[in-house]
Write a protein that binds this ligand. Structure first.
Ligand code: HEC
Length: 131
């Protein structure tokens, strides 16, 4: 049986080619697919995306300026991103931050020196406290 290609199928094939050549920067004149070339480009592309998002993260975690910021940055970043702080600012008032910082120290083992705890809590409440 002879399969008749409809207009629709023609268009689709052309679109797929166009997408492939956009992605891989290669045109496939006789329908051959240069797999290795395309794969290498794709991996490079993914690598670049990973680097870009890592850089984006870096700038996303700039904490607000203020007394105690250096302490927070020094004590709160070794286990997780500083993003956790702004992310929780909608939930935590002074009591909440106090509890959270104590949990980080007691349960997680954050090495915040005793004398710095109140500065850290003050900073978090002032800059990231629940309104
Ligand atoms: C020793 C590792 C460690 C350090 C240092 C640390 N944390 Fe955490 N933190 C964790 C872990 C692990 C979690 C996830 C806990 C969970 O899922 O319950 C977490 C979660 C959080 C959360 C999310 C809410 C919660 O309670 O789970 C906030 C907010 C937070 N940390 C703030 C801080 C602040 C502020 C500091 C600095 C005073 C800090 N962390 C230092 C380990 C740490």
């Amino acid at each position: 049986m002879v399969k008749v290609q409809t207009d629709d199928e023609c268009t689709k094939t052309r679109t797929d080619r166009a997408v492939a050549s956009t992605l891989f920067g290669t045109s496939y004149p006789r329908g051959e697919f240069r797999f290795h070339d395309g794969l290498t480009r794709l991996l490079l592309l993914l690598g670049m995306l990973a680097v870009t998002s890592a850089l984006a993260d870096e700038s996303a975690i700039k904490l607000k300026d203020g007394d105690g910021r250096a302490l927070v940055e020094a004590n709160c970043v070794m286990c997780h991103s500083l993003d956790y702080i702004p992310m929780n600012s909608v939930f935590l008032d002074r009591k909440g931050w106090e509890a959270s910082v104590n949990k980080m120290i007691k349960a997680m083992g954050a090495p915040v020196p005793e004398r710095d705890v109140s500065t850290v809590v003050d900073y978090l409440t002032r800059n990231y406290g629940k309104p």
